[in-house]
Structure formats: C-alpha cells, structure tokens
Design a protein around this ligand. Structure first.
Ligand code: NG1
Length: 362
C-alpha cells in the first residue's frame, strides 16, 4: 500500500473532496425530469492531485491497492480510473489544457451500497482539477460534467441526482432538486430529527439491467400519455388508463413527485415519515425495485421507538435503507434494527450514524 508521500514524492499540489448522498425522498424521478430530496453523507471521497511531470497519467487508490497508468493520448482501463479519466477528458472538451497528472484517491464511502461513491469520485476529481488548473466551473455545470463522465466513460445511464447532491448538498439540510431545470435549494430537515442508514449487505446485482428496463417503461408511459416526461403529469388519475406495467411505473413516479413537493414545503417529522413509508410501498409494489431484504430492513427500522419512517434508498435491488428518527435516538434504534435484521444470518451494517470506530477516518 502506497501513501501520498511515496506516490507524489512529497506533498500533492492540491487536495479536494466530495460527499456521497442519501436520497430521502424522490426515487427513480430524476430521469423522469422530476423532483428529489437527497442529503450529503458524512463519508467522503478525497482526491489529491499534482502534475505528473512525465508523459503519463498515474492514478492510485489504496481502496483497491491498484495503480492505473496510461499515456497522455491513451485511455484508462474500466474500473475507478475510467471515472477519473472521463472527468479529465470532458474538462479538455471544455477547452481546458490538462497536463498529465498524478492522482491519489481515498474514500470513507462504502463502494456499492447505494451512497453514490461514483458521484463523489467524479465531483472530487472535478473540484481538484478546477483548483489545480484554475478554470471557471460553477457547481451545477460541474455536476453535469460529472454525470456525463458516468454515462460516457463508466457506461452507466444515470440521472443527475447523485452528481447534483454530491456537488451541492450538505449534511444538515436536504437539497431539493428539479431535474429538468436543475433549480435547487437547501431545505431544512424536519426539526429534531436525525438519519439512520443501514446497508442491507445485498449487492445490487440486477440494478443496471432493471434500471434501464424501468427507464424504458417510463419513456413508453410518457409517450402513451402524450407528455415530454412523467414529470408533466399533474393528475395522478391520468396514469390509470395505461396498460400494465406502464400504469404501475407511472403511478409511482407521479405520486413520488407529489410526495417530494409536499415534503419540500416543510412538514412535521411524523408526516415526513409517512411519506417515506408510502414511497417504500410504492417502490415495492408499483415500481418493483425492492427485494425481501430491503422490506425486512425497513420493517426492522420502523419497529424501533423514535423512528418516523423508513424506505429503501437509491436504485433498489439491494443496497441501503434510510430512516428518519427522533434526534438522540438514532444510534440505539440503528443498533436494535440491525440486530433484528441480522438475526436471520444477514450481513447488514450501519453506515449512518457513522459507527464510533470509523469516526476518526472521516
Ligand atoms: P444509485 O442508487 O446511486 O445507483 C441510481 C441513479 C440515480 C437515480 C437513482 C434512483 C446511478 C449512478 N444513479 O442511483 O440517478 O436514478 O438510481 O432514484 O445509476
């Protein structure tokens, strides 16, 4: 394992970082031009960067203990290097001269749990490039470039939520995002609450193919309804005339948008919890992206005193659940929910509140 001193032969020229995200409400709405309410995670990805002084790009990540080296006009192999290369190439397309670089990446984000470690890597890389090379790039444009890097270089056909959240959200407010206009504003969390996030321990194996299938079904639904995107359906009853499964997919998206709009106006913790529970039911029954483990984990969370509501977060098919909890009770509720969930031989783990033994790493 290489440290930064060995990798850079001294201190790096710049350091940057970016958080992951937990989406509290508004799932599978971003690619339907809709609304969402994520917050930033306490866990972050750190990118250290210097000019390499030779003809090659050199990336290193102790997480994978893996070095990626490629010539100035070459390309990185698939893996964490392709996200970084994507950011570099897209910045070049903006007209910025990028010299060969040495880049060292560390993260406290769990990879593959649905906290958007990829968006954090893209946003941290772009922040480091912006500081090192001194070009103008506002935080919304930065999120757009990060999303393009994910689509064109990591070949994940994602919406804009993760990159907007990583670029603009903070840990104590929710970030309301309109995926069509990219209008965004910070909205306070319901008073006297804190979050719990527990990873189900189930890797999101089917996520990519099912994700694309859902996107296609939503496009089909909006075509049939004669609207540019499901965001444009104001009356939830309008979807009921669609054939299955477009009806169910559209029902989820249209009602999920209404939940986000209500929550963004500022609601009590109790109401926010109800909206989260309704979101989970809709993702499970209408959007069909839950799995028994995520349902069981949400049940275990809801059974704890102080928990207002719980839902799966992210694309589904595995990954994590998020719960809203009365302030001061999250640690106890998370531990009790995890114990109940893991009783059946499952491998869940608490991500938020950050377990004490990991706090020093943040
Ligand atoms: P995650 O959970 O990070 O895979 C995915 C998409 C988002 C959004 C959510 C569902 C990626 C990288 N991101 O999130 O844009 O559509 O699903 O709300 O695929």
């Amino acid at each position: 394992m290489m440290n930064t001193d060995t990798f850079f032969g001294g201190a790096p020229e710049v350091n940057a970082s970016a958080p992951g995200r937990v989406n509290l409400l508004g799932e599978h709405t971003d690619y339907n031009d809709g609304f969402m309410l994520p917050v930033a995670t306490p866990q972050r990805t750190m990118v250290a960067m210097s000019r390499s002084g030779d003809e090659h790009f050199h990336f290193y990540s102790p997480t994978f203990d893996h070095t990626v080296t490629f010539a100035q006009d070459g390309s990185a192999p698939q893996g964490y290097g392709s996200y970084i290369e994507g950011c570099i190439r897209l910045v070049q397309l903006e007209g910025v001269q990028v010299p060969p670089l040495r880049i060292y990446v560390t993260t406290t984000l769990p990879v593959g749990s649905g906290l958007s470690s990829s968006a954090a890597l893209e946003v941290a890389t772009l922040r480091a490039l912006r500081t090192l090379l001194g070009f103008e790039l506002d935080d919304v444009k930065l999120a757009r470039i990060a999303q393009r890097a994910e689509i064109e270089y990591a070949h994940v056909n994602c919406g804009i939520m993760d990159q907007m959240a990583s670029s603009l959200a903070d840990e104590t407010n929710m970030l309301f995002i309109d995926a069509r206009t990219l209008e965004h504003r910070l909205v306070p969390m319901p008073p006297d609450t804190e979050l719990i996030v527990i990873d189900s321990g189930v890797a999101r194996k089917l996520a990519a193919s099912k994700y694309n299938e859902r996107r296609a079904e939503c496009e089909e639904a909006s075509r049939k309804l004669g609207v540019p995107a499901l965001r444009d359906v104001a009356d939830p009853e309008a979807v009921e005339s669609l054939p299955a499964p477009m009806r169910e997919r559209a029902r989820h998206v249209v009602r999920e948008n209404l939940r986000v709009l209500e929550a963004a106006e500022g609601v009590s913790a109790e109401r926010f919890g109800e909206l989260m529970n309704a979101s989970h039911v809709s993702l499970r029954d209408d959007y069909e992206v839950s799995i028994p483990e995520l349902d069981a984990l949400c049940e275990a969370l809801r059974a704890q005193p102080g928990v207002f509501g719980a839902r799966l977060t992210g694309a589904g098919f595995g990954g994590a659940c998020v719960a809203l909890c009365r302030a001061g009770q999250a640690e106890g509720a998370a531990a009790a929910a995890l114990a109940a969930y893991n009783k059946h031989g499952r491998q869940g783990r608490i991500l938020v509140p950050v377990p004490t033994e990991q706090k020093g790493q943040q």
